[in-house]
Ligand binder design. Structure first.
Ligand code: SAM
Length: 480
């Protein structure tokens, strides 16, 4: 017998009462009403809200909605730390702090639920697995604010601004509570930024501040630089003494023509790269990172992630390691010290700028410890999939050493099927997967399991407090 359910027709703009019963990947919550599924933002599991429908899925099979009023609040609610991002105070709040209305501990519980759900649903890991039952998302620091060392602002009417949640509408801002206090203390909102489209600010662990301005044509970086530098000096005093550098570059629109040299201007302290540092015992590792090059954005991420990766990779002296999606070489440096002078590390990164940073960091020796002084480190600028494809035949022909372990830390889209096929052919003993998107990790876990790999360990870190994002580190190996 077929059961029939009455289905209510809904339209964008309708309001209705909803009580979510689960958290979804992406920061919304799942609720059901009138035979339909709703993905509701700015709420929590178990609370009843008045929600307004903001969009629909294909054939109106599901709907997107925003909570616009709370009828029965969750016990996990708190006052949002940033009124501009508080959906309780305004419709269409500023984005970037979509979990701010929830206590940090509850945010971490939700993130753990999302990781578990993606690993079970897409990765086909058993929901009864002890690894998933024991999974907790660890806080990196006591405070859930002030952790971002990299922030960008758009410019609207000459003033720094940020986008409303899922919108291209910009709102002028005075500060950003997730930003490191050194960024907020610059009071960038006091600058008049005519002819500037975007401002990127980065502070390093060594106390440098790099402010990059994207200049809109027909104005040129040099035309804009003197005026902005003057304003910055009035606001912050002598830039060299303050260790602040200003970089002005033409806004990049659809890439540049071959051979075209971008005009740029540098003012203040004059550096265009930041030096990042990580203490390791009595020594320290250093990496130079260009403006626009990749570095982990949470202040404590390098320490937490290198510890988790080193523990899971469990490297031995003399081993060969691949560090894929290697950035400026954070994990390459740690792996090189573990495998020592008789080992080797292959560091593959696709961005020309970031890969050039990595090369320089290892050639100069700044990212080497005494133990890795003589380690062979090959820095390759390439797409990971394309390079692994080439390596499979080289390794099989005995022209290149097979990897004992692979570390991979892709961008949000994950690694995909082809990379996993190549890795399976290369047959490392361990694969450590650092994932910033639980859905991509879930999907890739499914592919890895299809190729005989087993999930052996999983740890998660709250590297993005007050947002729905989370970082997961997973270990895969073949069954014993
Ligand atoms: C999340 S970052 C990780 C960087 C590094 N592991 C770290 O912790 O500093 C991912 C890096 O992968 C690079 N990347 C993304 N897709 C790539 C691809 N298909 N091939 C090579 N590199 C890629 C990006 O440029 C970025 O530097």
């Amino acid at each position: 017998m077929t059961e029939t359910h009455e289905v209510t027709e809904f339209e964008v703009g309708d309001t209705l009462e909803l009580t979510p019963d689960a958290v979804a990947h992406g920061g919304s919550f799942v609720a059901r009403a009138g035979g339909r599924v709703f993905f509701v933002r700015h709420t929590a599991i178990g609370e009843t809200v008045l929600a307004k429908i903001t969009g629909t899925g294909p054939k109106k099979r599901f709907f997107f909605a925003d909570a616009i009023g709370v009828k029965t609040p969750s016990e996990h609610r708190r006052e949002h730390p940033w009124p501009l991002a508080d959906a309780g105070l305004r419709e269409n709040p500023v984005g970037g702090m979509e979990f701010g209305h929830l206590t940090p501990q509850y945010q971490r519980e939700l993130k753990a639920q999302v990781i578990r759900e993606q690993l079970v649903r897409l990765g086909k890991v058993s929901e009864n697995s002890a690894l998933l039952k024991l999974l907790r998302v660890e806080a990196l620091e006591p405070s859930d604010l002030g952790w971002r060392t990299r922030v960008y602002f758009n410019v609207a009417d000459g003033k720094i601004s940020m986008f409303r949640h899922s919108s291209s509408e910009r709102v002028q801002v005075q500060d950003f509570p997730l930003a490191d206090s050194r960024i907020n203390s610059l009071q960038l909102h006091r600058l008049n930024l005519e002819n500037i489209k975007r401002v990127d600010v980065a502070v390093s662990s060594t106390g440098q501040v790099l402010v990059s301005f994207a200049v809109v044509a027909p104005a040129t970086p040099r035309q804009v630089a003197d005026d902005v530098e003057k304003q910055c000096e009035q606001l912050w005093g002598n830039l060299k003494k303050q260790n602040i550098s200003l970089v002005f570059a033409a806004e990049r629109k659809g890439g540049r023509r071959r051979g075209e040299r971008p005009e740029s201007a540098v003012r203040g302290a004059g550096f265009t790269e930041l030096t990042e540092e990580l203490s390791v015992g009595d020594e320290s590792l250093e990496w130079n990172v260009s403006a626009g090059g990749f570095w982990q954005i949470h202040r404590s991420a390098p320490e937490a992630l290198t510890a988790a990766v080193a523990e899971m990779a469990d490297l031995n002296a003399g081993e060969t390691v691949y560090d894929l999606y290697a950035g400026t070489g954070l994990f390459t440096a740690v792996a090189a010290a573990e495998v020592g002078g008789k080992g080797r590390v292959l560091s593959v990164e696709g961005s020309p700028l970031t890969s050039a940073n990595a090369r320089d960091n290892f050639v100069s020796g700044r990212a080497r410890l005494a133990d890795s002084k003589d380690t062979v480190i090959d820095v390759v600028k390439s797409d990971v999939g394309a390079h692994l494809h080439k390596l499979v035949s080289q390794v099989q022909a005995g022209k290149s050493p097979a990897p004992d372990a692979v570390i991979m830390d892709p961008s949000r889209e994950g690694v995909g099927k082809k990379v996993i096929e190549s890795l399976t052919a290369l047959a490392p003993k361990r694969i450590v997967y650092v994932a910033c998107d639980p859905a991509a990790l879930g999907r890739d876990t499914g592919y890895l399991r299809e190729h005989g790999w087993e999930l052996k360990d999983v740890q998660a870190f709250d590297m993005y407090p007050n947002t729905h994002h989370v970082e997961t580190v997973a270990l895969f190996a073949h069954p014993e």
